[in-house]
Design a protein around this ligand. Sequence first.
Ligand code: GCU
Length: 675
Amino acid sequence: MVDHMWLEPRTIRQAVCDDTFFIDVAAVGEDARSLRIRKDIAELLQRPCVLNPAVATVLLAVGDVGLRSDEGFVINVVDGRTEIVGTTTRALVYGFYDWLRRRMLGEPVNHVVSEPSQPIRMIDHWDQTDGSVERGYAGESIFFGRWGSNIHCEIGDFPERDASDVFRGDMRRIEDYARYLASVGINAVCLNNVNVRRFAIRLIVRPWIDRVAQIARIFSEFAIKTYLSVNFAAPKLIGGLDTCDPLDPAVNAWWQATVDAIYDAIPDFGGFVVKADSEGEPGPYAYGRTHADGANMFARALQSHGGIVIWRAFVYDCHQDWRDRKLDRAKAAYDNFHDLDGQFADNAILQIKFGPIDFQPSEPLNPLIGAMKRTNLMIEFQIAAEYLGHQIDVNYMLPQWLAAIRTDTGAGDNGVLDTGQYLQQAAVNPALVGYAAVANVGMDDNWTGHKLAQANLYGYGRMCWDQSLSAQTIAREWVSLTFADADTDAQQTITWILDTSNDTYESYAAPLGGGFMVRREDHYGVGINDFEYDRWGTYHYADRDGVGVDRTVATGTGYIGQYATAIAATLENVDTCPDQMLLFFHHVPYSHVLHDGTSVIQHIYDTHFAGVDMVDEYIRRWATLQDRIDDESFANVAERLQRQRRNAIEWRDQINTYFYRMSGIADSQGRLIYR
Ligand code: GCU
């Protein structure tokens, strides 16, 4: 049985069954999106939509509602009839699903005024044409399927094949997915991995682009634009050219022709996502060109079609020498991009990971966010739990993401300017900013492997639409929509697990902002020294006296100097640096006393014991839900909690033993630490 996500037709029907709805969508016109709303109303509500406003009890209408965003809408009850009005049909898609959500949650559906916090609200898939998903933990790709032995073919070795081979072709699932995304306000999706290899390089050309177009049409019906990741070296790899120099006329002409053909197939195509000069991917540096040169080449080709290029700032040296303590990967985004501020085209966006390293359980805000003054920016998150428990350990990420976007960027002239506001201020084109996040779905029956990991996908969309929501509110919403039949106490139990889960995971995986003690091969589980003498530039520098990375300007890597002056001053001083990030910024003795009076070593012991205790508590509380929620969800989470417990125990015992051996300091409470 396929387990639906939050928009379960059955529960929607339950929520509206007391009333008779006659919904009039005639006013929205005859484009595909309005037709989709009509079909959804008929299917989801099992109610007719009528073309006669006189008998409609709910009206969806296009009209000027005086909002900043053309995706915003208002819902009012006028003379006993509910009216959902927005300036565009896109707005009505969001208005319709918002109205449904409020009905299902039992919230008032009158005097609603709603518009998105961010204009671009994007999901990035790291799906590959062989059906696998890079950092995917929920089964195979929903877009692409395995296609046998040619899975191993290398670049340049493309046998003639039937175009359909790389596509899974499960359009029903894609339609369900598009509906889920639209229901939480997502308006952009990139279908393929940022590492564009092998067959994926060809997705941008015929005949494969025609198959992409079939998928794009479905997303389009839900007001979602489709994007593709491209390989910078495509002109050489599939275009027959001998260069990819972004200033070379032939290269520009090749991209222009390619883009023109894409728009023939997909008139509302969104544009490209590009990972260049990063982790071995090709890029403009090979030709002595800058990242702005590279991004602007794509921007030129896309411009006349209204397309955009999203250029990733995740560029760093992955061949660092661990012996050199002045090298610091955290500095890379700023070092590579800060001087290019103001040089990117109007339809180019620079996409920055929210932290300076890589989606870690605990990271400060990337200092490039705040430093760019004349560039369109997007902030990148990862819903896929690469470093956050692989959707085996429960980890509701909204607390971490919301904290990141509410952190002061230091860019305000008078006082705090958080990320959301800052993006508007820095933009060349304020319509071209937003958030992007790596997807966490796959072909697993429940979409996300761990049922509770659905809350992250839901929550990400809600955060993009309304970044003033609290993590708790979003969790409560998701639980009420998803476990609509469960009693209030059961819903509260699930909400409590979600609310505490991010702290719990952090408590055993990243004490005090110290990190990357993760297993090298798959980034799951403890591997204290797996990256310590390695080229990836991620170290904890534990020795017999202390632990942490000295990133101060005075004695360390100088990374702190990339922040605005006042923020840098707070971080530079070990006494004012927040304890939660202490080991990210400072190398301190084990006996260093934190603000709550505990020593660093004691904090490490305490949090690692507490982490396992919390998982035990989850297991106890989850057991009380048997027969109070559906069997599949119950069994799924119960099984994952047992795996999480094994993981948390391993983290606790290895970390505690390691730091005991390093420091020689015993646990003040005399708990069992293996020697
Ligand atoms: C991480 C991740 C890679 C991914 C990269 C990126 O390093 O492990 O799989 O390709 O991020 O964001 O490009």
